[in-house]
Design a binder for this molecule. Structure first.
Ligand code: ADP
Length: 191
């Protein structure tokens, strides 16, 4: 069992890299953003609760997000491991994840953070917004709001995992394959 947290600002390339890493290491990829968007599209009760926050570029409340994440984990009891993408995003979520994994005899094995300059990322998101159909990628104010949320609530997680000796920063600028290699060299040192 190996559990990896993929960490990074909006637009840092978590989703792109997750596609490669999940195949390479046979991991179950859970993207909380994707799960929320699926629920929005299908107008589920969860989607209705999350919609306003997502439309404003704010984080969805912890209780809702943690419950959703746990449900996704429970759907995959026989997996070789999880690749968490977009979760945890707050200290409360990280603590809940630790406690939840421990209750199963598991743990977070490593957190890999994709690093990139804010201005490059804002441009990437605006570019992605032209084709992705994501409303939160089409408005620069919403993008900036997501960065503010990240700086206030998510950035402290680097220290949280660093204290546990589990944070590894990776340069997120370069060719996609090159970045996959950088992430892989961290994952290959585990176990
Ligand atoms: P990005 O990393 O580009 O902001 P995501 O697809 O990961 O995009 O998330 C989109 C939105 O979904 C976030 O702005 C937030 O509203 C919500 N969301 C996703 N993950 C979480 C989380 N762990 N906690 C709270 N809200 C979340």
């Amino acid at each position: 069992m190996i559990n990896i947290v993929l960490f990074g600002k909006p637009g840092a390339g978590k989703g792109t890299q997750a596609e490669f890493l999940k195949t390479k290491y046979n991991l179950t990829h859970i993207s909380t953003g994707d799960v929320f968007r699926y629920n929005l599209k299908n107008n589920t009760p969860l989607g209705e609760e999350a919609r306003g926050y997502m439309d404003r570029g704010e984080l969805v409340p912890d209780a809702l997000t943690i419950k959703m994440l746990q449900d996704e984990v429970e759907k995959n009891p026989d997996t070789a491991g999880f690749l968490f993408d977009g979760f945890p995003r707050t200290i409360a979520q990280a603590e809940a994840l630790d406690a939840f994994l421990v209750s199963k005899g598991w743990q977070v094995d490593a957190t890999v953070g994709l690093e990139a300059d804010d201005e490059i990322l804002v441009q990437r998101l605006l570019e992605r917004g032209k084709t992705s159909g994501r409303a939160d990628d089409q408005d620069e104010n919403l993008i900036r709001n997501r960065y503010q949320e990240y700086n206030e609530k998510t950035a402290p997680l680097m220290e949280y995992y660093n204290k546990q000796g589990k944070f590894h920063a990776v340069d997120g600028i370069g060719e996609i394959a090159e970045i996959t290699n950088r992430l892989s060299s961290v994952i290959d040192t585990l176990n």
